[in-house]
Design a protein around this ligand. Sequence first.
Ligand SMILES: [Zn+2]
Length: 197
Amino acid sequence: MSSTRDIEALIEMMAKLPGLGPRSARRAVLHLIRKRALLLTPLADMMQTVAVTARECLNCGNVGTSDICDICQSEKRANGELCVVEDVADLWAMERSGSFKGRYHVLGGTLSALDAVGPDELRIPRLIDRVATENVTEVILALNATIDGQTTAHYIADQLEGHVSLTSLAQGVPIGGELDYLDDGTITAAMRARKSL
Ligand SMILES: [Zn+2]
């Protein structure tokens, strides 16, 4: 048993990753060992590098390898639009869509009375500061359509009202979605956000 201790420890560590359980972790580790030169060694090197270089952007909270991220540094992105998201994963999803050309602000979560998360635990003071100093003309609240997400959106809207134009993402029928499969909340939101043709 002790001869496989390192490998067992690796499997245990991998099983802690989101989306991987013990079974997928075992398969992944076995695959990595079999592809040592092609996958395991380069992956270990890359992890070592990122463990040292990865950091949060001091301005927006995006994750990159410099104190100020590429998006904040790019003058092309300074079009006055600021998109507020909960998490870096949401920022990356927006970037993949290619639909937004402004800058972002990552809150790092949502307000939650239950978990005692208040405005100061999130990047809300920094957001208010940015709106006042960065020539922001529109704040787009792209928060999740959950109760906490919407509570947070309302709180931010209250704080910024009168200082800047505020918008939020439309909610409704997803592309390729069939009405019969949608939940009541989605159909209600889509009906409310209907537009003329
Ligand atoms: Zn940034």
